[in-house]
Structures are given as C-alpha cells and as structure tokens.
Design a protein around this ligand. Structure first.
Ligand code: 7TS
Length: 425
C-alpha cells in the first residue's frame, strides 16, 4: 500500500491514467471476478462504491479484537471501541476542511442526515409563508423531506430550474432566493447529470438574505476536495458507502450554534444529560443527536476508507476521474442513437454519465450490459421530478470511481455497440 501510494502522484503531462491503477484495483477483491463468463466491470459507483481490503479488514479486526458498546463501559474493550469511534469523528472533521468534531454527527446515511435537519431544525424554524428553495436536480433524499415539511407548515417550495445543458439556471436567481427564503437545500453534485453546482456562490446569496443552507454532498465528498467552511454552508450531508466506506454510516456536518439550538432527533440512551419522570435535559454535542447504539464497527472502518482516499489524494482522484469522464463522454458520444445528459465540460461535472438510446429502454440497456458482466444503473435514480423535466422516463447511468480504467470504458462502449447490432439498429 505505502509503496503503491508513492507511485500515485499525478503528473498532468503523463495524460490519462497517471496513477497506479493496477495496484489500486488489486486492493478491491470484488473487482477480480468473472460473472457468467465475463470479467466484472463495475460502473455503478454513484449507487455505492466497492470496498478496499483495508476497509474490509478493519471491520473484521474490530469485531475480532475490540467489539464493545461505546460511551458507557469502563472496561478495556469499551474504552478502546469508544476511542476508535471518536477517532473517526475527528478524522471526518479534518477531511471536510477542519471543523470542530462536535459538529460532526454520525447518522445512517445522507438520507437520515437530511431528515434529521428537516425534523428538528425544520420543525422549529419553518413557518407558514416561509420559502424553501431547492433545485430541479435534487435526489429524493433532499426533496421529499422538504416537500412534506412545506405541506405541513404551509410553507412555499420554490425551485432553481436547470438549463438545457444541465446547469442551474441562475437567470432569475434574485427572484427565487429572496428575503423570504428560510432555507436553501441543494445538491453539490447531481447523481443524474453529474453537474457540480456553485454551492459557495449560492450560499453567499442565500446568506445575504439570512437563510440557512443545507448542501447534499452525497455525490461530491467522494469525488472532490470539500471544505465545508469555505462553502459557507450551515449543514452538509454525505454517506460513507459512496466513498469506499461501509454502508449504514452517514455524516451530518452542522454549525455548532445551529446544532446546539436544535432539539434532538432520536430520543433514548446516550443522548440525555439527566432524566427524571417529568424532566429531561440533553447531552452535549454530538451525543445529543446520536441516541441509541450507533453503527460502531462501520464508523470505525470508515476511518480506513478516509485514509485510503487521503493516500491517493483527492486532487489525484479528481484528475483521474476528469480524464476518464472525458474519455468516456468522447467514446459514448460517438455511438449512434446515444444521448448523454448533463454538462460536457469535465471541469463542471463529475463522473456520473447518464445516457439514453433513442431506440432502447434504459432497463433493456442495463440488462444487456449485465449479460456482459457490466454493472450500471437504469431508472429514475430517485430523481423523478428531474426525469420529467428531462422528458425521460428513465436513463441508463454509468458512474466512475478511482479504480475504473479505460478498459472499463472500452468494455462499456463495445457492449453498447454490440447491443445495437444485436437489436438490428
Ligand atoms: N443525495 C444524493 C445526491 C444521492 O446520490 C444519494 C444516493 C442520496 C442523497 C442518498 O444517499 P443514501 O446513502 O442515504 O442512500 N444516490 C443513489 C444513486 O444515485 N443510486 O443509488 C443511490
């Protein structure tokens, strides 16, 4: 691993694949598989990423050597387990730009992190007539909680539209974000279009009007160097499983003043200071928001995923994905009948590449590719309102990560061409 990292420095002059991809790929045992006679090509990373051996081993090691409940036992294992769990929190705080670890709350995922804000901050702060601004490219996780909250509170849900090219259309932004805006909730990177949104710029505008800003970073933190303080957001949510870590771990970053003022979300053990039959006081941050036994083993193993990403370097990772996205877009665009969604410029997008075929349903595309060992996702990608704006019932989506290479893209392109021939197109 260490030797491998030494070989991974990106040098733009080397062009495509400057990092030692073979060595990275060797760290992911799942990739080395033949499925129905085909080498597995995994291109469904926006749904979840594969796990390197260090993460898998961290889970095993935790259960073999350290398993105990945290924050309560006074024995060796309980202390060790607590220390490891809290160590990941400190690491996460550092990874997102050096925030106070008390501002890092562990949840089950991005979905739960956003719901936490809706059910606590939202319940207390959104009033009748207030405006909640979202974008047209939100995943349901950053849409449904706000639709429901707006209904309940008789608040108004406004949206920033998208342009034909898949960017946010800011031409009327000063009519959308106004002094009535209480919350701006927007995705940092679209899980359908790949678009990277100008979160810092829109946050600055929302802040001028005194609004609170929540960014959904589920697709951004795994692929970009993210500094939540320089973005200026109040809340930022993401998931471990989309960045080489285990499932069942999400992160809510929140500014301390806001988190301190918010009521808790899950009531029960470990989130209280004192309880009598008629009175309860809450624990300090972050425990106030982590009632019950958390997903200790997976939080502990998430630390190994963060180390792995840091050793590669988020800039190297981003450069690799830009190179590969460019390569993929170039080759996919050359296939007749194929339409790619989202921005073309790789600087403005991530490696989520949604496409449709004029003649074939995305589900048929996915099934055909699966028969060649290629895993992509087809469907509405939990963004149904966006699909209707795009005029599509669904798209096929190939999404990249650090271990993907040109050969994966070549296999995809070859299979798509073969598919069109197979269907006589
Ligand atoms: N927000 C965005 C932008 C996402 O892409 C996803 C998951 C979520 C929130 C929810 O994350 P979770 O970890 O709580 O599930 N997106 C996808 C996807 O595109 N395909 O499968 C899951």
């Amino acid at each position: 691993m260490e030797q491998k990292i030494k070989n991974m420095q990106h040098s733009p002059s080397v062009g495509l694949l400057p990092i030692d991809l073979e060595r990275i790929r060797a760290d992911f045992p799942i990739l080395d598989q033949i499925i129905d006679g085909n080498q597995l090509v995994y291109l469904d990373n926006a749904a979840t990423t594969q796990k390197p051996r260090v993460v898998i081993n961290a889970i095993i090691e935790y259960y073999r050597k350290y398993n105990a409940n945290i924050h309560r036992g006074l024995h060796y294992l309980a202390e060790k387990s607590t220390e490891m769990y809290e160590h990941t929190r400190i690491h996460v705080a550092d990874f997102i730009g050096g925030v106070d670890p008390k501002e890092v709350i562990f949840t089950r995922g991005t979905t739960e992190a956003i719901n936490l804000v809706a059910y606590t901050w939202g319940e207390e702060n959104i009033k009748e007539g207030d405006e909640i601004v979202i974008t047209e490219m939100e995943h349901h996780a950053n849409l449904v909680p706000w639709i429901q909250l707006a209904k309940k509170k008789k608040a108004i849900l406004k949206r920033i539209p998208i342009t034909f090219c898949g960017h946010l259309d800011q031409s009327n932004i000063n009519e959308i974000i106004t002094s009535k805006t209480k919350l701006l909730a927007l995705t940092h990177m679209s899980n359908v279009l790949g678009t990277i949104n100008p979160v810092a710029e829109l946050t600055a505008l929302a802040k001028k009007h005194g609004a609170v800003v929540l960014a959904d970073g589920a697709q951004a933190v795994p692929h970009l160097k993210v500094d939540v303080k320089s973005l200026g957001v109040d809340f930022y949510a993401f998931s471990s499983h989309k960045m080489l870590g285990p499932t069942g771990v999400g992160i809510l970053y929140g500014k301390k003043e806001l988190l301190e003022a918010m009521p808790p979300f899950n009531m029960g053990g470990e989130m209280i200071r004192e309880v009598s039959f008629d009175h309860v006081t809450w624990a300090e941050l972050p425990n106030k928001f982590e009632g019950g036994t958390p997903n200790i083993a997976d939080v502990v193993a998430f630390d190994a995923a963060l180390h792995y990403l840091e050793e590669i370097g988020m800039d190297n990772l981003r450069q690799h994905e830009m190179d590969l996205t460019k390569y993929a877009i170039e080759h996919l665009s050359a296939i007749p009948g194929l339409e790619i969604q989202g921005p073309r410029e790789v600087e403005q997008r991530g490696g989520v590449i949604s496409f449709t075929d004029n003649d074939l349903h995305p589900h048929d595309i996915s099934t055909f590719l699966d028969s060649k060992g290629i895993a992509i996702r087809a469907g509405h990608h939990c963004a149904q309102p966006l699909m209707s704006i795009l005029g599509k019932i669904a798209t096929a989506r190939a999404s990249l990560y650090i271990y993907n290479n040109e050969a994966d893209i070549d296999a995809l392109v070859k299979a798509l061409k073969g598919m069109r021939r197979y269907f006589g197109l």
